[in-house]
Design a protein around this ligand. Structure first.
Ligand code: GLC
Ligand code: MG
Length: 665
């Protein structure tokens, strides 16, 4: 077995249990060395979804056009061990190579002009993913739903909501995505259904088969069975007059929790997983998993402030969720689903991916459980939400701290991942400030592992202002500060009517952001210094350069402003130095003590394009606030052998130039 150096020294494991959750080329064209070079790349045949090893392929070397002239897509190499049995190899090309791009279907593209995005709209925009070199797309729920929680309240797990289209639209979309080498990841929502689901109606009326499909308890109209509260506020119990009992809902009252202690419920959910896998979907994002099981004894949860009068205990932050989250048996369920999904994964190119959603901010060990164990597979990765907190403190130290929280706690051999936004959280460009969006995207795309990009982050979209009368989100109706509408505004495609989201005047389910005339895909495509162009360059680069895709990740320097790291691969004499200024001021970083770096460093790409192609001395690396540099350098000296405490790799790999392969070493 290869050795897996752990990280040590920096950062402590988060153990505070009793805490609540917080919540292009940009290098000089035709530079002497022939622009960027990959020493080994795998050519991805976009049409067939197959890979073959290529010898040195050129990479984005023309300003403004980071994608290969022949239109070929490159991914990092896997050839030599794509059939190996390691966690990384098994995860396959699907997620390892590409960011996961999240589409919120209501807001992506509206093909029929009713103001709400739809599946045909996604189909119309597949070129966007290809343009960005994105290969896996997670589409938030489009099941039939009364839309109380915009699709996270499912009325029929086997039907498409007419608002989004028909089953045929879905099948056409999936076929076309596969045709273009794109993978489709769906939301799977096991914790609850809509109160309009057929099962719930049968359960209310005590149909013998369905009576125990949900979590029911005796109560009266004034007193719930216990003090449990919903994530959206107030008691998580609602009295049902038909049945004369209370049902549990950890989210909205229109989202009754399923009873996973009932084997019939477990079977139903597995059947639904099969249904979609048989249709050919490539994986699932498992929604709200920590809530799936509750303690059967229904005891009160302990109050965070024991002195608080019980009637004032109304929010999730008032209680420790000892009995409503992460209950014994949860991981057995997820592992069973995973094993089942794997039975559909055995054909080449048919890998089925699983990512789980669970916010356990101060209980990182709980999060890491979703990776499974070396013996039993669970998620490919649980979403890593730590970078959502970047805006809390814009500094190099803070950025490194958040990155290290994951790296130092992740089980050996697992694959990291990074999220900076989703449909539940304010947009990072707004909370961090527009000045930092580029450097954040640079971080995301140069860290080891899989980045997630929420639609619009590739162009720097910001939150919209939503007035109280415009609020759509039920969470916002309960408490306007909890509204998730600001981050769900229509995708900004162009400076046409409604930002090109649709072409009907004044019909969009949420307002379009007023900045859409400058912040849109069409305009940014024409600007080689745009957020979009930089995203595209970096995404192509990371998939083409083995050190970025499969190499070591080593910390070299961190201070109040700068976070800097090296990406290198044993056996390859090309490596990358990344220097990111997350602070508030310009600084000169002195890396003269890092002997493994050459004295002269050439900037391949910077978030400030004026830096592109500059040659810097390692003792004087100047960055302004919000500026990041990608430096590619040649070396025969690796950094990692002398700094194992600051270096990390998921699975050690070495490159052998003479026969151009990557092998486990
Ligand atoms: C997840 C979703 C969120 C939804 C909730 C209930 O957290 O991301 O949008 O409201 O689950 O399904
Ligand atoms: Mg539940």
């Amino acid at each position: 077995m290869h050795q897996e150096p752990g990280l040590s020294g920096c950062g402590k494991r988060h153990k505070h249990r009793r805490r609540r959750e917080t919540g292009v080329h940009y290098g000089p064209a035709g530079s002497g060395r022939g622009g960027v070079h990959t020493d080994q790349t795998v050519r991805w045949n976009a049409k067939r979804g197959t890979a073959a090893i290529l010898l040195s392929g050129p990479l984005p070397s023309t300003p403004g056009d980071p994608v290969l002239a022949d239109g070929g897509l490159h991914t990092g190499a896997r050839g030599a061990y794509s059939h190996g049995d390691s966690a990384v190899a098994r995860m396959s090309e699907l997620v390892a190579a590409s960011p996961v791009y999240q589409v919120y279907p209501r807001s992506f593209k509206d093909s029929d002009g009713d103001g709400v995005g739809d599946l045909k709209g996604v189909l119309e925009q597949l070129d966007h993913f290809q343009y960005l070199n994105i290969k896996s797309v997670w589409i938030s729920p489009f099941y039939r739903s009364p839309m109380k929680d915009f699709g996270y309240d499912v009325e029929d797990f086997r039907a498409i909501d007419p608002l989004f289209g028909t089953m045929k639209d879905f099948e056409d979309l999936l076929a076309e995505m596969h045709n273009k080498g794109l993978k489709l990841i769906m939301d799977f929502i096991p914790n609850h259904t809509s109160d309009r689901h057929r099962w719930f109606n049968l359960s209310r009326t005590r149909d013998p088969h369905y009576s125990d499909y949900y979590v029911w308890a005796d109560c009266n109209t004034s007193a719930p069975p216990n003090n449990w509260v919903s994530i959206f506020g107030n008691s998580s119990w609602t009295y049902d007059e038909v049945r004369g009992q209370c049902y549990l809902h950890q989210f909205l009252k229109e989202q009754p929790d399923l009873n996973f202690r009932n084997p019939d419920v477990r079977r139903e959910m597995i059947d639904i997983i099969h249904f979609w896998l048989e249709k050919g979907v490539d994986g699932f994002r498992m929604d709200a998993v920590k809530h799936i099981l509750e303690a059967a004894h229904f005891r009160d949860e302990p109050q965070v402030d024991p002195k608080k009068p019980p009637e004032l205990v109304t929010t999730e932050w008032d209680l420790y969720h000892d009995y409503t989250t992460s209950q014994l048996g949860l991981h057995d369920l997820l592992r069973e689903w995973r094993a089942d999904m794997d039975t559909y994964s055995r054909e080449p190119g048919r890998y089925r991916f699983m990512v789980s959603e669970s916010y356990d901010y101060h209980e990182v060990d709980k999060t890491m459980m979703y990776y499974g164990t070396p013996q039993v597979k669970e998620s490919d990765f649980p979403f890593n939400f730590y970078l959502l907190d970047l805006p809390q403190n814009t500094s190099g130290l803070w950025a490194q701290h958040l990155v290290h929280l994951w790296m130092s706690n992740m089980p050996k051999g697992k694959w990291p991942n990074w999220v900076v936004g989703n449909h539940d959280r304010p947009r990072i460009a707004s909370s961090a400030g527009q000045n930092y969006i580029r450097v954040i995207n640079m971080l995301l795309l140069t860290l080891p592992g899989t980045p997630t990009t929420y639609y619009g982050e590739e162009i720097g979209m910001e939150n919209i202002n939503v007035t109280d009368s415009q609020i759509q989100d039920p969470a916002g109706k309960y408490n306007s500060s909890l509204s998730r509408d600001p981050q769900r505004s229509p995708m900004q495609w162009s400076n046409d009517t409604n930002a090109g989201f649709n072409n009907k005047a004044n019909v969009t389910w949420l307002p379009v952001h007023p900045d859409y005339r400058t912040v849109n895909v069409e305009v940014q495509k024409k600007d080689e210094g745009s957020v979009l162009a930089q995203y595209r360059f970096l995404n192509t680069l990371r998939q083409s350069e083995l050190p970025l895709h499969r190499g070591w990740f080593c910390y070299v320097h961190t201070d109040a402003n700068v976070f800097s790291y090296i990406r290198e691969l044993d056996g390859l004499d090309q490596a990358f130095l990344i220097v990111l200024n997350f602070g508030k001021e310009s600084v000169t970083t002195d890396l003269s003590s890092v002997h493994e770096l050459p004295d002269q460093l050439e900037v391949l790409m910077s978030t400030n394009k004026a830096n592109n192609g500059k040659v810097l001395r390692k003792s004087h690396i100047l960055t302004e606030a919000g500026v990041g540099l990608v430096i590619k350098y040649s070396t025969h000296t690796r950094f990692n052998p002398n700094h194992s405490g600051e270096c990390y790799i998921s699975e050690k790999a070495c490159y052998l130039r003479v026969i151009d392969i990557l092998y486990k070493c």
